[in-house]
Each structure stands twice: as C-alpha cells, then as structure tokens.
Design a protein around this ligand. Structure first.
Ligand code: ZN
Ligand code: ZN
Length: 309
C-alpha cells in the first residue's frame, strides 16, 4: 500500500473542506505544498493525483477533475464513487429535497436542444411524485406517495433551489436559468452514462450544455470549449464530424483578423486557400443574428415537439 505524505493529505483535505476547487485554486495549493508549478511539472502533478487515487480507491472515493460546461473551466473535487444521492446529500438535505434535486437534474439533461438549463418556473413546477416511480422497490400495488412529497410547497422548492445553488449542486446561469453545478458535473459522470445522456463528439463526456449540429437529422453535439479547441486549429474544416454539414462557428474578432493576416501574408509559394472564402465566413459568423437565428428556430421546433411527447 503506498504511503501518502502530508503533502497528499493536504491536497485531499483542501478538496474535502473547501471543494470543489477551480483549477487555479487547486494548482496554487499544489504549488504551496510541493514548491512546483503544475503547469511546468505536469508529470509530478499527475503522479500525485494517481497516488492519491490509489489510496482513495480503498474507500471508493476518487479525486476527479472535470469541466464546468457553462464556462469550460476545469475544477477538482473528491467524489464518493458508490453512494447514491441519499448518502451524498443526506447529511444536509431531506428526502423530498433530494427527490426534487433529482427531478431538476433529469429535466436539465433531458433537454434535446442541449441548453443545459431550465427556467426557474419549470424547476418549481417539477413534481416530486414522478420521483417515486423511479424507486427500485415498486410493490406492484397502488403507488404510495409519501405525504412529504405531496406537501412539498413552492416555497420549499424555492428554498431548496437556493441551497442547491449555494452548495454548487446546481447553478444559476447568466441568463437567470437553473443549470447543473460543478458538484453535479463531478459527481454524476457515471449517472450520465447510465442514463444515456448524449456525449460530446470531441471529448466523449456528457454533452449537457453543448452546441448541436444544424442538420436536424444529425444528433452530434459538441461542447462550446471543445468546438473552440477543435475549430481554432488552422486548416481544420468547420464541419460536423458526423454528417459533414458546415458548422456555424462564431469566429472571434481576433481570430478573424489573424486569418486575414495569414491570407495577406506574401507566401506565394503555396496556393492560398482563398481569402474571399475566409472573409465571407468570418463576416457570416460575426453577425450574431445570423448565427443565432437558424439554430434557435430549430431549437424551438425540437423543444415543442419534445414537450408534446
Ligand atoms: Zn466536449
Ligand atoms: Zn451533423
């Protein structure tokens, strides 16, 4: 059994008591205890995490990194790999509160348009009764709905939403909706898989908040940050990896200028790919109306059809 040093323990302790931590905070703590910057000592950093996880595995815990899908930032946390929601949230939340959390998460990931959020109104309208059906001990007789579920009021839901956002199980998105919090992103990885939440074509993680292919017959979805990474590579065709439909990727002003510079460079030896095509593309994608309209109309369509079903 490998022995952990005080350095390993400090990292675990920081995540347990203050976590989840964003990458910057966690790297700073790592640098504090090892004197090495993880950016320049990636191998050392990885070796530390590996050693910690070997030990944590004995108690079915894991130190894990994941991305917050709304801003693409990496965060770290220690997660309990076997426990259900009851044991994860049970010390702070009541049974109906946990059922409500599960209802909200399900509504968020079931969105076929991959917006990764629901409105607060929709959240408050989630019925806890539906959560009883998902229990494993269905007796076959008439469904027994606990009174605490039936009587869970709107104000109790509001209070629970606030607490879940504060504890980072959920988040409040910039446009005022309810999304998943970093704790859920860290914790629900296998749940996403088991519940067949469609994954991102690039990184294979669940695509809860993602961009979707414009082709309505295509199910490809890609995280915004994965798109950025993929399409910012020079000479990568901006098309859907699944069906080849052109992907309207909003080129930032800086990238567009860089592209124009590149096109204007006096490199006559190789045939330029054609500055007019590039310019056309950046004009097209720079106009936010053009970018949004096609997608959002499609979203409205699919969203309403999903509701009907
Ligand atoms: Zn991705
Ligand atoms: Zn496609």
């Amino acid at each position: 059994m490998p022995e952990l040093s005080w350095r390993h323990h400090t990292l675990i302790q920081a995540l347990l008591s203050r976590g989840p931590l964003n990458e910057k905070e966690f790297h700073k703590i790592f640098e504090g205890v090892t004197g090495k910057n993880p950016g320049t000592h990636q191998q050392l950093f990885d070796a530390f995490l590996l050693k910690i996880n070997k030990e944590l595995a004995y108690v079915q815990f894991e130190l894990r990194g994941c991305r917050n899908q709304y801003d693409g930032k990496v965060c770290y946390g220690v997660v309990n790999n076997i426990a259900d929601e009851q044991s994860k949230l049970g010390t702070k939340y009541t049974v109906p509160q946990i059922a409500f959390y599960k209802g909200v998460v399900e509504a968020i990931v079931q969105d076929v348009t991959a917006q990764g959020c629901i409105s607060s109104i929709d959240a408050l309208n989630i019925r806890l009764e539906n959560q009883v059906l998902t229990g494993t001990e269905s007796q076959g007789g008439p469904l027994h709905i606990p009174p605490a579920f039936k009587n869970f009021s709107i104000s109790q839901k509001e209070k629970t939403l606030n607490e879940l956002v504060r504890d980072q199980w959920l988040c409040s998105t910039p446009d005022g909706n309810i999304g998943l919090g970093v704790r859920s992103f860290l914790d629900l990885r296998s749940w996403f898989r088991n519940n067949e939440v469609p994954s991102c074509e690039v990184c294979n993680e669940a695509g809860v908040k993602a961009e979707m292919c414009r082709n309505e017959g295509c199910t490809v979805r890609i995280h915004q940050y994965c798109l950025k990474k993929k399409f910012s590579q020079r000479r990568v065709e901006r098309v859907c990896p699944g069906c080849g439909t052109q992907w309207q990727y909003p080129v930032s002003k800086r990238e567009a200028i860089e592209e124009e510079d590149e096109a204007n460079e006096p490199t006559q030896s190789q045939p330029p790919p054609g500055p007019t095509r590039k310019r056309l593309r950046s004009c097209k994608t720079e106009d936010p109306d053009t970018v949004g309209s096609g997608r959002s109309q499609a979203s409205v369509r699919t969203r309403s059809s999903a509701r009907l079903r």
